[in-house]
Design a protein around this ligand. Sequence first.
Ligand SMILES: NC(=O)c1ccc[n+]([C@@H]2O[C@H](COP(=O)([O-])OP(=O)(O)OC[C@H]3O[C@@H](n4cnc5c(N)ncnc54)[C@H](O)[C@@H]3O)[C@@H](O)[C@H]2O)c1
Ligand SMILES: [Zn+2]
Length: 346
Amino acid sequence: MKNSLVIGPEALPALADFVRQRAPSRLFVLADTNTARDCYPLLAPHLPAHEQLTIAAGEEYKTLATCGQVWAWLTQHQADRHALLVCLGGGVVTDLGGFCAATYKRGVACAVLPTTLLAQVDAGVGGKTGVDFEGFKNHIGVFQEPAGVFIDPGFLATLPPAELRSGYAEIIKHALIADAAAFADLGGLDAAAVADWTPIIRHSVALKEQIVALDPHEAGPRKLLNFGHTVGHALESYLLTQAGREVRHGEAVAAGLICESWLSVQRGLLPAAELAEVQEVVGAAFGKISFITLETEAIAAYAVQDKKNRGDVINCTLLRGLGHGVFDQPITLAEVAASLQYYNSI
Ligand SMILES: NC(=O)c1ccc[n+]([C@@H]2O[C@H](COP(=O)([O-])OP(=O)(O)OC[C@H]3O[C@@H](n4cnc5c(N)ncnc54)[C@H](O)[C@@H]3O)[C@@H](O)[C@H]2O)c1
Ligand SMILES: [Zn+2]
């Protein structure tokens, strides 16, 4: 049976129908402190009797200790294998809740209600679940598609603008690797002033779903989704070690999109004029991240540790023209550092 995916203002009524039809033995709703306050009041009227648990908000709580809280709560309320867990939140809640559901009694059904733009276009779809462990991101987890994903852009009304921008980087990424026309449409967009995200989210999710369907467990084409993330993740990890200079994932990815587009030009894969277009679209939404040239090698060193690599080779996704990603492109540490120097110079 195809899992449900509903995107738009009809998402919450659709979830209500989904719950009615599944008739779970018990219903559970997991939120974090922010989504319990801002999103749960919009959701609750659509649900029959249920239990609700609020976990602390933030990536630092995406841990096995928090999973312990969730599993204990399910146990206390006698969740059996016909229970349904609704995960209401950003990527932290959907990753962690999905993992808890996939492992509790070897698996109970889960419905995902992503409430950040990042989770609505990325974390909430594609079936990757998990938690961080001993400082390593998403170190423990499983692939497990939820029974349903219900995306209501109405939740974005309370999202801080910086969080909105963070998700927008993934929308740019999906267009760059898979749809040149969608990328061209982003040209005139002011992400801070979008009145209705529904069509943009629908299209971005469709692009991700097409790629995931080809390769659910990331043996090949799913690596396209890592575009911008080799350099972006290195920058994010490095700045995390520099007190007061931390950046959001999407901000780092936005810089990574420019760096990796520049690398694509160096390889003769991308015309220079198309790099200029990437810079224009990214630059319209994101400020520059500052670092000094002396830091580029230290930042690049983080790219070697990326879990997508094999041995010492840094495997990167590059662009063969706008809208066409190519995965498994080996690049060197020096090239990563050079791309950061380029970013610094523009
Ligand atoms: N599974 C995947 O394929 C995948 C893909 C990308 C990212 N991720 C994961 O997603 C996580 C990041 O997700 P995120 O950016 O959504 O972070 P997040 O879940 O921490 O949410 C960001 C902040 O926004 C708050 N928030 C959420 N929705 C809100 C709303 N509607 N109104 C007001 N505040 C709201 C949250 O409480 C939190 O403080 C990371 O852990 C990352 O590893 C997973
Ligand atoms: Zn990302």
